[in-house]
Design a protein around this ligand. Structure first.
Ligand code: TRP
Length: 348
């Protein structure tokens, strides 16, 4: 227990979307599993955020379950970490409402993600405008110290800190002020066909995107046909040799060996052999993950059980903060408790 108490509280929100890639593995899943060892970690599949732009109910359901299965398949442990769905813990929706009163219209209107996602759309939901408030609540409900997050989320994290400070000042110390931890530049995997862009399923040549659930032969083929550079030397130099540098980084992620060691090993080797080896290393990395993923995705009861364990832990962890928010803001406490109404035992 003392071990747990000394670990910083970490919160990560993961968007439920289709087809995760090797880029998501490198910048996301791999880091989550590492965080589990060093922090008191909460991993939240942010399904409530998914409905702020166009979505279909069938996709939401599939992406949520697939997202959960992938988190467990890549190494998260339901006992050591808290892995849960945002919509399973009602405190998130409630916190967003309460925090809406201490977030200004002007602040939300300035958010670049809102501007980008709303531009040119016929229908811009009020939910998209309020997206950052929900996210602020996700983080603050858990007295989070550290938020590992993408660079594109910097503005949302700054907003979280501002809102937390404003609330603390107005209603009394309630929230820990969180800190964002951003991935190092360069630790990001690029499209195998267009190494100038990040690997993503929404943009870029599909043949250059390695999906987490691609068949081994598909993976091999994608690496065989990866673009390299004209000068034949296997050296890490992203500006001059973006293709080879990307492959060296991928091999390093897949094998755990540092890039410098790989450069030495492949000194004088041909591009053909190197690309084949990178493909094999990725197949070796992904095959066991895919096996665990398929088994878990096919067993919805087990998946639901694991998510149930997470939701229960998340409810208990967030409840004192939500109660403090209501209380300090002057809401009258319901006699029978809040979470499950009269059915909820006192003192839970
Ligand atoms: N907005 C984040 C993203 O797009 C996802 C997210 C929602 C999140 N809630 C969060 C991330 C809380 C970190 C903490 O990636």
């Amino acid at each position: 227990m003392t071990d747990l108490e000394s670990k910083p509280r970490v919160f990560s929100g993961i968007r439920a979307s289709g087809d995760k890639t090797l880029g998501n593995y490198s910048g996301g899943y791999r880091q989550y599993a590492a965080t589990q060892e060093t922090g008191d970690a909460f991993f939240c599949i942010v399904d409530l955020h998914s409905i702020t732009t166009e979505f279909s109910p069938a996709d939401l359901r599939e992406f949520t379950l697939a997202g959960a299965a992938m988190l467990f398949a890549t190494g998260l442990d339901a006992e050591r970490s808290t892995v849960f769905c945002q919509s399973h813990v009602v405190a998130h929706a409630e916190a967003a409402w309460l925090l809406g009163s201490v977030t200004s219209f002007g602040e939300l209107r300035r958010m670049t993600q809102f501007k980008e996602k709303s531009e040119g759309q016929d229908f811009v939901s009020a939910g998209l405008f309020n997206y950052p408030v929900l996210m602020v609540g996700d983080i603050l409900l858990y007295q989070t110290e550290i938020v590992p997050i993408g660079d594109d989320q910097r503005q949302h994290l700054e907003l979280t800190r501002d809102v937390a400070e404003r609330f603390n000042q107005r209603f009394g110390e309630t929230f820990t002020i969180p800190r964002g931890v951003y991935p190092e530049e360069g630790a990001r995997i690029r499209n195998l066909q267009e190494p100038e862009r990040l690997m993503s399923t929404t943009r870029g040549t599909p043949a250059g995107v390695v999906r987490m659930i691609d068949e081994p032969d598909v993976i091999r083929k994608k690496f065989k046909t990866a673009v390299t550079d004209s000068e034949k030397e296997i050296r890490h130099d992203p500006a001059a040799k973006p293709g080879i540098s990307n492959l060296l980084e991928i091999m390093s992620v897949a094998s755990g060996e540092p890039v410098a060691a790989l450069e030495r090993r492949y000194e004088g080797a041909g591009y053909g052999q190197f690309k084949e080896d990178v493909g094999e290393a990725v197949v070796a990395l992904l095959t066991p993950i895919q096996e665990r993923y398929r088994a878990l995705r096919a067993d919805e009861r087990e998946l639901q059980r694991l998510l149930g364990v997470g939701a229960e832990k998340a409810r208990r962890a967030s409840e004192p903060t939500l109660e403090a928010m209501y209380d300090r803001m002057g809401f009258v406490k319901p006699e029978a408790g809040r979470l499950f109404g009269a059915a909820r035992p006192r003192g839970l």
